[in-house]
Design a protein around this ligand. Structure first.
Ligand SMILES: Nc1ncnc2c1ncn2[C@@H]1O[C@H](COP(=O)(O)OP(=O)(O)OP(=O)(O)O)[C@@H](O)[C@H]1O
Length: 260
């Protein structure tokens, strides 16, 4: 796929003397479906915060040939970079369609837009279909299942024509079927866009990652295919060495199961 990639060099984020991201290099090519994994506190969310302008960072993060560091959150969003957070942020009282409509017209006043809207704009129709919520378009977002809210939030990025999607634990709390549907959704989306997924669910990672980067204590520990990362002794040590911690224990099989 042509388009813009994300190139990070020597990224550093410090909070009151504590270094959360410690000189990270990362290359994400257009059309990648990259999983960013690592134990709790590794710096995954902070890295995404830095790329999206939420925290100050040193080093460089370029989208195509444009530097992101030093720009405002809004300016970075206008460049086609969008993210989701661990908790879905949709307007619960508004319908699925209204949520997408507002996202599509971000910057136009929502009420003006809702009053004047006749018919459904093509990008909104397409997003509804992509996220599988066409039949629920007139339902209030608040009644959607947990997984469906996450898909709606992804749809809200699609209608803004986001080129690089950064998703923070999109399948947390989802059922097995919802995870499967989400993985397939991300594969569809990454045919035309670039997707980065922060994830703790190793089964999900094995099934859907095109490439993987492993962060540990603010540094890049390992990168490659699922197979390469699983076979990396450093990765095995980081995960297996912490297998007694409940959340990481669920991640431990990264080092011990067969190739995805
Ligand atoms: N605003 C902040 N102020 C101080 N320390 C912070 C701040 N945000 C994050 N940290 C610290 O930076 C480190 C990295 O946190 P981060 O949330 O990026 O990790 P993570 O890899 O996303 O972890 P998790 O998988 O648990 O979400 C942690 O030690 C965290 O406590």
């Amino acid at each position: 796929m042509s388009g813009e990639g994300l190139t990070i060099r020597d990224l550093r984020v410090t909070f009151d003397g504590f270094t959360a991201v410690d000189g990270v290099d990362l290359d994400i090519h257009p059309g990648d479906l990259r999983f960013l994994i690592g134990p709790n506190g590794a710096g995954k969310t902070t890295l995404v915060d830095a790329v999206t302008g939420l925290v100050k960072a040193g080093g460089s993060a370029r989208f195509g040939d444009r530097e992101l560091l030093g720009r405002s959150v809004q300016s970075i969003a206008r460049m086609g970079i969008g993210r989701t957070f661990q908790t879905a942020t949709v307007f619960e009282e508004l319908t699925v369609l209204q949520n997408l409509d507002i996202a599509a017209g971000a910057g136009r006043g929502p009420w003006t837009m809702l009053r004047r809207r006749k018919g459904v704009p093509e990008p909104v129709e397409q997003a509804l279909e992509t996220i599988g919520l066409s039949a629920l378009r007139d339902r209030p977002a608040g009644v959607l299942a947990h997984g469906q809210k996450q898909w709606l939030e992804i749809g809200m990025l699609l209608v803004q024509d986001v080129r690089l999607l950064l998703l923070d634990e999109p399948v947390a709390g989802m059922s097995h079927d919802e995870r499967q549907a989400t993985g397939e959704l991300l594969q569809r989306i990454s045919k035309e866009r670039t997707v980065v997924v922060i994830e703790h669910d190793m089964d999900f990672m094995r099934s859907f990652a095109r490439s993987v980067s492993v962060l540990h204590a603010g540094r890049m520990l390992s990168q490659g295919t699922v197979h390469e990362v699983q076979a990396d002794a450093k990765v095995q040590e980081v995960y297996l060495g912490r297998a007694s911690e409940p959340e990481v224990a669920s991640s431990a099989p990264v080092a011990s199961t067969q190739e995805a």
